[in-house]
Design a protein around this ligand. Structure first.
Ligand SMILES: Cc1cc2nc3c(=O)[nH]c(=O)nc-3n(C[C@H](O)[C@H](O)[C@H](O)COP(=O)(O)OP(=O)(O)OC[C@H]3O[C@@H](n4cnc5c(N)ncnc54)[C@H](O)[C@@H]3O)c2cc1C
Length: 411
């Protein structure tokens, strides 16, 4: 018998629907409450591409969503690191591990929601959590539209600016701004551009430009997708970044990447229609309290590593599945939450620490800029990327094994 019968999941992004599906598989009745309206016009708000690592796919396999994700994604079989105008240097990839998958965020959301609904999960949109009432045996969530819902427990899968995190601990740290603004754009291929014309689909290039970091890849339709991390002291939320005219952003991006190949061309050919601003990029510092009473955190709400790790969404999926497994196998809520934290905290904090080191290199100061050509190859060697990646990416949860045993082994 699971530790609870019913659960409220706050947040219908990535961790929320995965957690709810895994809870349903564990025999727990789950409902997801998402702040965004269902209105398709808001779908653009979650656009952009997302790379899922093999460990994320392994978590999706447990809930039976990996095939659908793979079918909608592009496999990335090769990674190249390039510095300024120098030719790219191929990064070692761990052997025997399947490729990462690049998917449109909107497509991923649709797949995860459909999967959750097929397993009996109810998803309610336009339900922004504002406060909770806690009792010994359950939680009532109150939403901005005046409605409420009650269950045995509540999961905060509400992202990096989590409301639930503050409800668990008023003194919880907030997300830290990385002094980088995120963008994604699209440019046509150009047969006269020696860099992009030679690109193979399935190659992702991580480029340290003169003034800013960016990455690019060839899409199956032949066009070039690219993501920009623009250094900016000024913090902007997603909504604030989108309130700026696309042409103004393009002007800034064209200036930032003016001396980069192929960055200058990508910025020059991206149009206002294909540019997406995502606002400030964040990381979550370690969160002292992952749970309290009958409330617990999952995904970015409790562990958002730098986007340089490529692991944010994959770790969110792993944690969502592990939490459901602990609730299935441990006899009560406190022991289930404690086992969950014990199983997850060391892994996510180790990956976050690796990401923090890379993030420093993405917004270099004037002196570091000149040293980049030396620093980056050195980082590749000293971080022993192949070994680190193999350990990160081969991780898989054994859903059928009892969680109690794993948690005791770590105690
Ligand atoms: C530009 C960018 C690029 C990235 N690229 C990658 C990548 O390539 N690979 C990767 O693995 N990760 C990437 N990440 C990180 C990844 O997006 C996150 O790790 C992932 O989305 C975490 O999932 P989540 O469900 O925990 O949070 P989210 O996806 O943020 O979902 C949280 C949900 O909760 C909802 N919500 C918030 N507050 C409330 C409330 N009060 N009530 C109800 N609902 C609420 C939100 O509307 C949202 O839908 C990137 C992030 C950014 C910003």
């Amino acid at each position: 018998m699971p530790a609870v019968q019913t659960a409220l999941v706050i947040g219908g992004g990535i961790a929320g629907p995965v957690a709810a599906t895994a809870l349903a598989m564990a025999g727990i009745d789950a409902a997801v409450y998402e702040a965004r309206p269902a209105d398709p016009a808001s779908a653009r708000g979650i656009g952009g591409s997302l790379a899922l690592e093999p460990n994320g796919l392994a978590a999706l396999r447990i809930i039976g969503a990996d095939d659908a994700v793979r079918a909608a994604a592009i496999p990335i079989t090769r990674s190249v690191m390039s510095i300024a105008k120098k030719p790219g240097r191929e990064m070692p990839t761990p052997k025997g591990i399947p490729p990462r998958q690049l998917i449109d965020r909107g497509a991923l959301h649709r797949i995860l929601r459909e999967r959750a609904e097929r397993s009996g999960v109810r998803i309610r949109d336009a339900k922004k959590l504002i406060r909770v009432d806690e009792r010994q045996d359950g939680v009532t969530a109150h939403f901005a539209d005046g409605t409420h819902a009650t269950a045995d427990m509540l999961i905060g899968a509400d992202g990096v600016h989590s409301t639930v995190r503050k409800l668990i601990d008023l003194d919880a740290p907030g997300a830290r701004y990385l002094k980088l603004l995120g963008f994604e754009g699209l440019a046509d291929d150009d047969p006269d551009d020696p860099v992009t014309a030679a690109l193979e689909p399935g190659t992702m290039t991580f480029a340290f430009g003169r003034r800013a970091y960016y990455l690019y890849w060839k899409r199956p339709d032949g066009r070039i997708g690219w993501g920009a991390n623009l250094p900016s002291e000024q913090y902007l939320t997603l909504m604030q970044a989108r309130a700026v005219a696309a042409e103004d952003w393009l002007h800034t991006l064209r200036s930032a990447y003016a001396n980069d190949i192929p960055g200058a061309r990508l910025a020059a050919e991206t149009t206002g229609e294909t540019l997406q601003a995502v606002g400030g990029l964040h990381i979550m510092p370690p969160v002292p309290h992952w749970h309290r009473g009958r409330m617990v955190l999952v995904g970015d709400a409790v562990h958002a590593p730098s986007n340089s790790t490529g692991q944010g969404a994959s770790l969110a999926m792993e944690s969502a599945v592990q939490l459901a497994r602990c609730l299935r196998d441990l006899p009560d809520v406190p022991s289930a939450f404690a086992a969950y934290e014990r199983l997850r905290r060391p892994r996510v904090e180790k990956i976050a620490a690796r990401g923090a080191r890379i993030s420093h290199a993405k917004a270099p100061g004037p002196i570091a800029q000149r040293l980049m050509a030396v620093m980056v190859p050195l980082m590749v060697t000293t971080l022993n990327i192949e070994k680190t990646m193999a350990a990160e990416q081969s991780y898989a949860i054994d859903w059928n094994a009892p969680a109690l045993q794993d948690a005791e082994a770590l105690a």
